[in-house]
Design a protein around this ligand. Structure first.
Ligand code: MG
Ligand code: MG
Length: 253
């Protein structure tokens, strides 16, 4: 069931979204050679808590941290660790969320450690541009399939692929609500978009094949062929005034 949000609920989601976006800004500053993914997670957690919010990911389904931090061929759900020290050239995906006054913000981005290779540069663009191509289809009367087809179309212009096993989703009081928002689809198919919907659009992009596997830790998702991967996500609201990017706090984030 899709939970539509009224104006007041969307303004609470804006607060949750702002905190989430700011936590990613804090994280971005720490993405440097020699820093552990655990240090980044700790900074995210303290920032969210300082804002009077709760780190949504912490304990979600048993997840042990406040952010998923996934490096290189890890796409999503990476567990922060003191032993995982970032190296020059790494491509780092950070996904986090904050719950504020009962509503959730969910956002992810991909950051380079120093200078990265050309594939990594293109992967960051593909995920971000795929997201915006998807957002361009978010309007009343369109369908979820329009969004997914647009995302996949943009990503394939780069010669890359989108993961199929993991998808975007509705967001609200829960981090994962209906509907699913795949990064692929058939135009004109799927749930109809209506004002009041709040969804996370999140292209997960592989430079090679879209096939992935879960590591024995039960969380970290990696590409099967070892390809580099990227991720870009914002929580958005579809309103009478158009689309609001709830977790976007800076132009180039
Ligand atoms: Mg997320
Ligand atoms: Mg999400």
């Amino acid at each position: 069931m899709i939970h539509l949000k009224n104006k007041e609920q969307i303004s609470l989601m804006r607060e949750a979204g702002r905190i989430t976006g700011e936590a990613l800004l804090v994280a971005r500053e720490l993405v440097k050679e020699g820093v552990s993914t655990k240090q980044i997670d700790t900074a995210i957690r303290s920032y969210i808590e300082r804002c009077g919010a709760k780190p949504t990911f912490l304990g979600y389904g048993g997840f042990p941290a406040s952010a998923c931090i996934s490096v290189n061929d890890e796409v999503i759900h990476g567990i922060p660790s003191a032993d995982r020290i970032l190296q020059e050239g790494d491509l780092v995906k950070i996904d986090t969320g904050a719950t504020f006054k009962g509503f959730v913000g969910d956002s992810a981005n991909t950051f380079p450690v120093g200078k990265v290779n050309e594939t990594a540069e293109k992967l960051m663009l593909a995920a971000k541009e795929g997201f915006y191509r998807g957002v361009s289809q978010v309007k009343e009367g369109n369908r979820i399939g329009d969004v997914g087809a647009a995302i996949e179309g943009k990503v394939s212009e780069y010669g890359f692929t989108v993961l199929r096993r993991y998808v975007g989703h509705g967001v609200g009081r829960d981090m994962h609500e209906d509907p699913d928002v795949p990064n692929y689809g058939t135009p004109g198919r799927g749930a109809r978009l209506v004002n009041g919907m709040t969804i996370a659009i999140e292209p997960m992009v592989s430079a090679g094949a879209p096939d992935v596997y879960e590591m024995p830790n039960g969380w970290t998702v990696r590409t099967k062929d070892g390809s580099l991967a990227s991720h870009y996500e914002h929580t958005i609201a579809l309103t009478e005034e158009g689309v609001i990017l709830l977790t976007k706090v800076e132009d180039d984030l």
